[in-house]
Write a protein that binds this ligand. Structure first.
Ligand SMILES: [Zn+2]
Length: 47
């Protein structure tokens, strides 16, 4: 179930490399809020 608009990519998306938890934030995210694992940016914003 996808509740996000795929055409609205104004925020950064991060995916946890440990638990695959996905978080959308307008800032930077250093660690997973769920397990504290490392997050990687999965969004590719246009520059
Ligand atoms: Zn995690």
């Amino acid at each position: 179930m996808f509740g996000e608009d795929p055409y609205t990519v104004e925020k950064s998306r991060y995916e946890c490399t440990d638990c695959l938890n996905r978080v959308t934030t307008d800032g930077t995210l250093g660690s997973c809020p769920d397990c504290g694992g490392r997050m990687r940016n999965v969004a590719v914003p246009r520059e």
